[in-house]
Design a protein around this ligand. Structure first.
Ligand code: C5P
Length: 232
């Protein structure tokens, strides 16, 4: 059984590079994330290929549309055999309920995760698009809305996990990017925590890209990160 808390972000722009990277990994020791860049380049075929290789795939396409369209997109994602899929919580209650109902009717039922506030948005930008209160208040409001519609969890910054764990309780999944092992490059991430601290704060899954994808030996880099994680 796969107990890994690490989801490796496959931020590659073509099938060949992504495949040769993934071939270095053991599907029992990690999970993988296919986002908009790789999906737009390589399409659903690569997702099916990874699923066929035994990987748990998080399809990170952040659906945001009218309820009917999002529900149908979620159903198609489920048919690909993915393990996790996500939608924007700001798409609203009806959209999230439609996504939930669509997945519940599928044979394969991926975990359904909400995106609260993109961590790239500043307080000023949020106000510009009409979001009231601080970014932290918006995150909490959207996480609770997502939870009330039956979503399985949310994506959040590791700096938000402790608060969300308290307000949403146990059993609501917190998936956190913005994680950097001690001593590794910060890249363009600003609000970071180490993998150990993120788990101690209540994260269930860590999304980690470059510290593993750019390592000389990705499997070894993954192993160093995984073995340092506390088993709670
Ligand atoms: O390379 P790095 O570890 O920074 O990659 C993090 C991954 O998590 C990327 O795929 C990025 O798009 C994603 N992500 C993020 N911050 C968010 C949401 C997603 O870094 N708020």
């Amino acid at each position: 059984m796969n107990n890994s808390k690490v989801i490796i972000a496959l931020d590659f722009n073509n099938m060949g590079t992504a495949l040769s990277f993934v071939l270095q990994l053991d599907p029992q020791k990690c999970r993988i994330k296919v986002g908009k860049e790789l999906f737009t380049s390589a399409g659903p075929k690569i997702v099916e290929r990874f699923v066929g290789m035994g990987f748990d795939v998080f399809l990170d396409l952040k659906f945001h549309d009218i309820p009917n369209t999002v529900a149908k997109a979620c159903a198609e994602a489920a048919k690909l055999g993915v393990w996790m899929v996500n939608v924007h919580a700001s798409g609203g209650r009806s959209m999230m309920i439609a996504a939930r109902e669509a997945i519940d009717q599928c044979e394969n039922k991926p975990l359904l995760i909400g995106v609260t506030v993109l961590t790239s948005l500043s307080a000023i930008e949020l106000q510009e698009v009409g979001v009231q209160g601080t970014p932290e208040e918006a995150v909490e409001r959207l996480a609770k809305l997502a939870q009330s519609t039956g979503l399985d969890g949310v994506v959040c910054s590791p700096l938000e996990t402790a608060k969300l764990r308290k307000s949403c309780g146990d059993g609501f999944l917190l998936v956190t990017p913005g994680v950097r092992p001690k001593g590794s490059a910060q890249d363009d991430q600003t609000r970071i925590l180490t993998p150990e601290d993120a788990i101690n704060n209540g994260s269930d899954y860590l999304v980690i890209g470059r510290p593993i994808t750019q390592a000389d030996d990705p499997a070894a880099a993954l192993n160093v990160i995984s073995t340092a994680l506390p088993s709670l």
